[in-house]
Design a binder for this molecule. Structure first.
Ligand SMILES: Cc1cc2nc3c(=O)[nH]c(=O)nc-3n(C[C@H](O)[C@H](O)[C@H](O)COP(=O)(O)O)c2cc1C
Length: 404
């Protein structure tokens, strides 16, 4: 409890021309509810609830820069100008609640052409084709399949690489048109950029494979191109798998090197995640304990001197406050806990002793909940205390709000 000053979780955060009203971020969450790449009413309600709940930064899910970059036919995309209006509609709503909007652009590479998360990312097959969802040829750094059940991807030629970067630039332009405030490049979780970074999936012999310098080349060229397109006053973040995960090779030292380079091409914030890349080394999977990425975000922040997003089983207000105090994060990203409790920021504001905690929600919610909580202070015994002004108002029936 901190009654003398604003809790860190509710202090603003500024990067370039964007100021977030607090440090709570809705982490990107794929919904598999898009229609031909565009968002549906599901997204308006799903994302809108977090803006009402008081989160400062509401991220849309991983959004593909090309149809083939999707994991499934139901994944989000921003690969057509026709998508822009539907995203802007959602962003208008989020902005009206005082929150900012983030877009995470991504490309699944060899992890594409699946039936989605609910099937454990089963590769699409002939049965799917008969109902209109034909498998497609995926592409990656090398012709190495994601796992034993996946077909091999096509290794990308130099012109594939150039086309892919062009598609990212176009999606970046559309993101600005759709009024996103912050753009994140998804370089984590075993997707295309990560497929170039890790030697597990990159066995190229050209200048995009081999040494660390070469394996970082695709990520850095792409980021540089995106930064040039993305408006100067809007921040750019990059999500990285700080370590590959079970059996992997890419480690935190590689991550720190990459992040130093990303900073030089204009990345403002590093989003520290892990995993998505399996191999056969002795590297172990990061154990899923509360705050499981914090050692990585702390290391990146210290070594690179750049703001970092902390994510991974952060569920408690005191935990979030401690992460900010210890320099393990500048922004607190949450996914599953916010799914369970979209109003978590209000609960956290109460727990951390923010003055007028209700202010974290829109004024109409704040007004009603402030009044409700005032009334909840009273017990039946208090009815003897006729001097209390709030109680008097209630007893006299002048408080009609609760009876509307
Ligand atoms: C339903 C769901 C969908 C997700 N989709 C994405 C995604 O689109 N992009 C991404 O980088 N991470 C994705 N993640 C990972 C989350 O952003 C987050 O990093 C992870 O769930 C850990 O945070 P948590 O413990 O607060 O849930 C997803 C997680 C969930 C639960």
């Amino acid at each position: 409890m901190n009654t003398n000053s604003t809790p860190r979780l509710f202090a603003p955060f500024t990067s370039r021309g964007l100021t977030l009203k607090n440090r709570v971020m809705v982490s990107p969450m794929c919904q598999y509810r898009s229609e031909a790449g565009g968002p549906s009413d599901w997204h308006l309600v799903h994302l809108g609830q977090f803006a009402i709940g008081g989160a400062a930064l509401v991220f849309h899910e991983e959004t593909s820069t090309s149809p083939e970059g999707r994991k499934s036919y139901h994944c989000a995309g921003l690969y057509s100008d026709e998508h822009v209006g539907a995203y802007r509609r959602i962003n208008d709503f989020i902005h009206a609640q005082g929150a900012a909007c983030g877009i995470q652009l991504g490309h699944a590479g060899r992890k594409g052409s699946t039936a989605g998360a609910m099937t454990g990312f089963r590769p699409l097959n002939a049965a799917d084709e008969s109902r209109g969802e034909a498998p497609w040829q995926t592409m990656s750094a090398s012709a190495l399949p994601n796992d034993d059940s996946s077909p091999p991807p096509r290794p990308m030629s130099k012109s594939d690489i150039a086309n892919c970067i062009d598609e990212w630039v176009l999606a970046t332009r559309r993101s600005a048109q759709a009024d996103f405030d912050l753009l994140e490049i998804h370089g984590a979780h075993g997707y295309l950029i990560h497929q170039f970074l890790s030697p597990v999936s990159n066995q190229r012999k050209d200048e995009y494979g081999g040494s660390l310098e070469n394996r970082m080349r695709f990520a850095l060229e792409l980021t540089d191109a995106v930064r040039r397109e993305w408006p100067d006053d809007r921040p750019l973040s990059f999500r990285v798998s700080c370590v590959d995960g079970g059996g992997g090779i890419w480690d935190i030292n590689d991550t720190i090197e990459l992040c130093k380079r990303l900073k030089t091409v204009g990345v403002d914030i590093i989003d520290c995640s892990s995993g998505g890349m399996r191999g056969e080394t002795g590297m172990s999977l990061v154990p899923r304990v509360p705050g499981y990425h914090l050692p990585y975000s702390e290391a990146v922040k210290a070594a690179v001197d750049i703001p970092v997003i902390a994510v991974g089983l952060i569920t408690e207000a005191s935990q979030a406050e401690q992460i900010l105090a210890r320099g393990q994060g500048d922004i607190i990203a949450m996914a599953r806990e916010l799914m369970a409790q979209p109003g978590w920021p209000l609960q956290a504001a109460r727990e951390l002793g923010l003055d007028d905690p209700w202010q974290v929600q829109p004024p109409d919610y704040a007004h009603r909940l402030r009044r409700r909580d005032e009334v909840a202070r009273f017990t039946l015994e208090d009815s003897a205390n006729a001097d209390d002004p709030v109680l008097k108002r209630l007893v006299s029936g002048s408080d009609r709000a609760a009876h509307e």
